[in-house]
Design a protein around this ligand. Sequence first.
Ligand SMILES: [Zn+2]
Length: 350
Amino acid sequence: MIRSTQISIPTLVRVKEGALDRVGLYLSRDKRHNVAVLVSKSLQSQILDRVATSLKEHEVSIAAWIEVADNQIELAAQLLADLPGNLSALVGVGGGKALDMAKYVGFLSRLPYYSVPTSLSNDGICSPQSSLTIRGRRRSFPAAIPYGVIIDTAVCLNAPRILTLSGVGDLVAKFTAVRDWKLAFHETGEPVNDFAALLSDGSIHSYLNHPDFDLQGIRLLATSLLLNGMAMEICGSSRPASGSEHLISHALDTITAEPRLHGLQVGIATYLVSRLQGFNTDIIAALFDATGFWPTIAENPFSREDWKSAIRAAPTVKENFYTILSRNGAIQDAERFLDDDPRLVNCFRD
Ligand SMILES: [Zn+2]
């Protein structure tokens, strides 16, 4: 199928220190004078106060201020029904769940949506999909690229480190996702969108040059995650951002009693899949050394049993989706790596 190359891109992008205090300015410049704000329930009041003050200063009325504690799709429908009339924009402030909800409600309502992440736990900050739960299980739903993306690097730097590590895990997945995509092309003829693959692959390398917990490192992580979201929009599929490492994580979400942060699951699965693919393993391992990803996982290891079940279930998660796990013997090899890879050994408990 030939797909139209018409894509949408965010009109406003700000990635800088202090951007949070300028949300009101950005909205008023765009003539958005009546907005609904969806915020993460657990967000520090100090962050919320800064947003509210900025909106007030620039005479942007807050028609609704909604705390979001969950990302159930049923709740999104409820929020849509409860939105006041005459809104000129929707603003999402906070972390993963609230932003996924806000993006989805923005998509359903056709209102311009402004994404204001306060942490960088995954590539959903500017992607055309929302990760929501349906009957208690995480799933991706089609949404739209935000109209605006406003990232305050100082705020994200102060976010709990485990959230940033989750973002790092979701970012490295692009190594294995792009390779799976190319494998699928060779095995099944599935077309690869060269530009999307290039963008996805290239975005990791800028972060690899400076994977530090400082403003520059956060800026690079934010822009890399943002470009990954755009890569998905460019090719109209999640292929450039999500391969067999995501299949394992999706399977885990179904199997384990308490799924962990998306990027923590995906990061470990990426390392595992890189071993199967025979590429980039040392680069991924070095990045996990530099960022402290390994010890963070070792502090609270995953269940080896759950992971083995997830690896076996992964190839059935998506239909007609060829990955390295589709190859004969790949599942057995992956299970063996869980037991004997020296880096993975501390990441699992029996
Ligand atoms: Zn992801």
